[in-house]
Design a binder for this molecule. Structure first.
Ligand code: PMP
Length: 429
């Protein structure tokens, strides 16, 4: 039998850090990752045959659980007709119509192959459409690895961009302005000073990349107003929240109409898919309808479209999100009770299908500063204590947890049983 350790040794020799996406390497929690051999429903099995209840769900796509028969069979049917055509295909049209029907702000949509591509393309479009160069993002929000997004703020209300990663040109980073999430005053000040230079403000309407942080009441509406007033486009990055926090995404949940939206994850059913779309008049600027160039050899791939359409059919069933919300409550209430029992201070954020556990005395976590001030060492001990009991949480204190419809009451009860012991371990270690 190949072991996880052997595979990780081989992987490290030939793949940077042994992984094809950084968080997978367990760097922040310590130890070595396991290598998944197969996945089904709420479970992953590693190459050694160990089973884990999975609260990562491939980082979001697996909202109906792994290996759902409808999605798998749709893919199997599509594969029989060929893997890629390089011509238009009917499934792309159905997909665009389905997205527009579910998300009314998206009148016209372009399919791409990842969330990163979606956000990169959306800001190019925003810049081309407005004729402005600056973009605004939020500290702690992640929009993929495009140069313009790998910029963080220093402390203080607003900071001109400093690249987070070597390789991001300073000149480009300078065009990215960064704001603290949930601080309306800082946004008002930034727009007062730079409003007429800003092409777009891009935000995760529920932040899922600094653990899970919800927007304060009225915050998104106020950002909408600011953008409208200053002629900047409002881009909701719904790569994580789309089709999850509500069928119509965070924009439906909070009742806000962005100018552009970006999607990924669920929309591909587990295949590499992203999309960006919005108001017709803006989207018509994209080539070949308009002059703003964006393209993709595999975009709108027939197999990926089949997976995504099967997925959308499943999440569109009545009651799906009510069920998912109930399950999310059940698991987060269970975590809260187990932590209290073990005397571990824990704050929890949740919304349908997503949650965040914060090891902190704070009653409520609403900012990046609060999220990063949490007790990472205790989280790391908790993570490993859960893993040892067969429950896989995201391997970083700064990632959201994902619940799927395959997390039945029974699966959740087993999770909470493990958490009772894991909180005790984490507290005493
Ligand atoms: N936007 C958000 C909100 C994301 O969470 C992610 C990925 N976690 C991305 C964009 C980038 O997507 P991808 O990894 O598919 O490039």
């Amino acid at each position: 039998m190949t072991t996880n350790h052997e595979l990780f040794q081989r992987a490290q020799a030939r793949i940077p850090g042994g992984v094809n996406s950084p968080v997978r390497a367990f760097k922040s929690v310590g130890g070595e990752p396991f290598f998944t051999a197969r996945a089904d429903g709420a479970y992953l099995w590693d190459v050694e045959g160990t089973r884990y209840i999975d609260y990562v769900g491939s980082w979001g796509p697996m909202i109906v659980g792994h290996n759902h028969p409808s999605v798998r069979e749709a893919v199997e049917r599509a594969v029989r007709d060929g893997l890629s055509f390089g011509t238009p295909c009917a499934a792309e049209v159905t997909m665009a119509e389905a997205i527009a029907a579910i998300v009314p702000s998206v009148e016209v949509v372009r399919m791409v192959n990842s969330g990163t591509e979606a956000t990169m393309s959306a800001i190019r479009l925003a810049r081309g459409y407005t004729g402005r160069q600056r973009i605004v993002k939020f500290e702690g929000c992640y929009h993929g690895h495009g140069d313009a997004f790998l910029v963080k703020a220093g402390s203080g209300a607003l900071t001109l961009g400093v690249p987070t990663s070597p390789g991001v040109p300073k000149a480009l980073a300078d065009l990215t302005l960064t704001l603290p999430y949930n601080d309306l005053g800082a946004a008002q000040q930034l727009f007062a000073e730079h409003g007429d230079e800003i092409a777009a403000l891009i935000i995760e309407p529920v932040a899922g990349n600094m653990n899970c942080i919800l927007p304060r009441d009225g915050y998104l509406a106020a950002l909408r107003e600011l953008c409208t007033k200053h002629g900047a486009l409002l881009i909701f990055d719904e790569v994580m929240t789309g089709f999850r926090v509500a069928l119509g995404g965070a924009q439906a949940h909070y009742g806000i109409t962005p100018d552009l939206s970006t999607f990924g994850k669920i929309i591909g059913g587990g295949m590499p898919v992203g999309a960006y779309g919005g108001r017709r008049e803006i989207m018509q600027q994209v080539a070949p309808a308009g002059p703003i160039y964006q393209a993709g050899t595999l975009s709108g791939n027939p197999v990926a479209m089949a997976a995504g359409l099967a997925m959308l059919d499943l999440v569109r069933t009545p009651d799906f999100h009510a069920q998912l919300d109930r399950r999310t409550r059940l698991v987060t209430d269970g975590f809260a009770a187990a932590a209290a029992e073990a005397g571990v201070p824990l704050a929890i954020n949740r919304i349908c299908g997503m949650f965040g556990l914060f090891f902190t005395d704070a009653a409520k976590v609403e900012t990046y500063a609060q999220a990063t001030a949490c007790d990472v060492a205790t989280f790391n001990r908790f993570f490993h204590a859960m893993l040892a009991r067969g429950v896989y949480l995201a391997p970083s204190a700064f990632e959201a947890g994902f619940v799927s419809i395959a997390h039945t009451d029974e699966v959740i009860a087993a999770t909470i049983e493990a958490a009772r012991a894991a909180f005790r371990d984490a507290a005493t270690a």
